[in-house]
Design a protein around this ligand. Structure first.
Ligand code: GLU
Length: 396
């Protein structure tokens, strides 16, 4: 059952008066989704610079605390339609794509400028649905964002609206941001929107509704609380936010819906402002392991030596050196079974090399792999983050 405590204890407070949730304090890697309605003035179609400046100030504070921040920002269509002087009202797909192509430039520029003001380097990352669903591209996108974070850059993600088609697109940045959060193993996803959380009834339902502080499970009752409404500028309503919560929770990531209507929205989250937190299951690793071990069809088997089993059980990645043999035909990013020479299944994982390449580097040192293959691949055959080990064998 979801926890249905209401908002009494968590109304907006002054800094420091009311500490935020421990999940926020503990979060190291945070994805923040910014809705169009917050960033772009609906009447004029102009960027809300003061608001963006306050957001970037918050981001800079978090970055100084050593936290890694990824922004997923909408606003391309809203800005572009203004520049193109398109009439008010719904746009068809081609019109929104054209508007996005125009608006994305302004959007990226704005982030670059405001990030620079705090000594931060903004990086534009445009992704399509296929990039997060297809495992090879998923791994690539993940490694790029990881690398940007290591370089202390600030990735600013949006959907690549110009190439998305009706069938193959997110269309809303709620779910996209959840996919990104799950892709990069973020601890926390913040959905900044024009509403401060999930209410027991949709705002337009005409009944008294109260905001939930915490949701610990997405039950049919919780789903029923989400209305469908979105504004003209943003595609997401509460429904897509609940979908996002499912994606985030399955990846072990906490999610919070908070209002971005006031300035300094992230500082407000840190101070425990009114919001709805969707808490991930307490053992987040288990959720990801379930995803890898339960939902995918293994394409091959890697037979590992005893040394590798010991390394895996202490939380290390699987290196080519520890692999004795490989069977099956697979691509980079496919799921394979990890098996001992005695025939015991140790777990499963997403492999970083296609079978033909993997065959050539097994038993070899990672540093020799590039020379053997003629291209620079990952040092590990299966990264520990991409691995679900069987607890039954004491290696979880
Ligand atoms: N990608 C769209 C844009 O930048 C926004 C989608 C959404 O509103 O969630 O305008």
């Amino acid at each position: 059952m979801p926890e249905t405590s209401t908002s009494e204890q968590t109304t907006t407070t002054s800094p420091g008066e009311n500490a935020g949730r421990p999940e926020w304090a503990a979060a190291q890697r945070i994805v923040v989704k910014i809705g169009s309605a917050l960033l772009v003035d609906r009447a004029t179609g102009i960027l809300k610079k003061d608001w963006l400046a306050s957001l970037m100030q918050d981001v800079a504070v978090l970055a100084r605390m050593g936290k890694q921040i990824v922004l997923v920002s909408s606003g391309a269509i809203a800005l572009g339609r203004h520049t193109l002087k398109l009439p008010a009202g719904p746009l068809d797909l081609e019109e929104s794509q054209a508007a996005a192509a125009v608006g994305q430039i302004s959007l990226a520029h704005a982030y670059q400028e405001f990030a620079r003001g705090h000594g931060l380097i903004a990086a534009q990352v445009l992704v399509t649905l296929g990039d997060t669903e297809e495992r090879r591209r998923y791994l690539n996108a993940r490694h790029t964002i990881d690398r940007l974070l290591v370089m202390r850059a600030l990735p600013v993600v949006n959907e690549n609206d110009t190439v998305a088609t009706t069938e193959i697109r997110y269309g809303d940045n709620d779910r996209l941001s959840a996919r990104v959060a799950s892709m990069i193993s973020a601890d926390c996803l913040v959905l900044l929107s024009d509403i401060d959380g999930l209410y027991t009834a949709p705002p337009n339902a005409g009944v008294d509704a109260c905001r939930l502080d915490v949701v610990t499970e997405i039950t049919p009752e919780i789903e029923a609380m989400a209305g469908d409404a979105g504004t003209e500028l943003s595609k997401g309503g509460m429904k897509t936010k609940i979908e996002a919560a499912k994606i985030a929770r399955a990846a072990g990531c906490n999610m919070v819906i908070a209002s971005g209507k006031l300035e300094h929205p992230l500082a407000a989250v840190g101070q425990g402002c009114a919001a709805t937190w969707f808490l991930a299951p307490s053992d987040p690793v288990t959720a990801k392991k379930r995803w890898i071990s339960g939902q995918l069809e293994p394409k091959g088997v890697v037979i590992v030596d005893e040394g590798a089993v010991v390394a895996l059980s202490s939380g290390k990645s699987l290196l080519p050196a520890g692999v004795k043999a490989i069977t099956g035909t697979f691509d980079r990013g496919d799921v394979v079974v990890i098996r001992t020479q005695a025939g015991l299944d140790v777990g499963r994982g997403l492999i970083a090399y296609a079978s033909a390449d993997a065959q050539r580097i097994i038993g070899k040192k990672s540093r020799d792999a590039a020379e053997i293959l003629g291209f620079e691949g990952r040092p590990e055959l299966i990264h520990r983050d991409d691995m679900a080990l069987n607890r039954a064998h004491g290696v979880a």
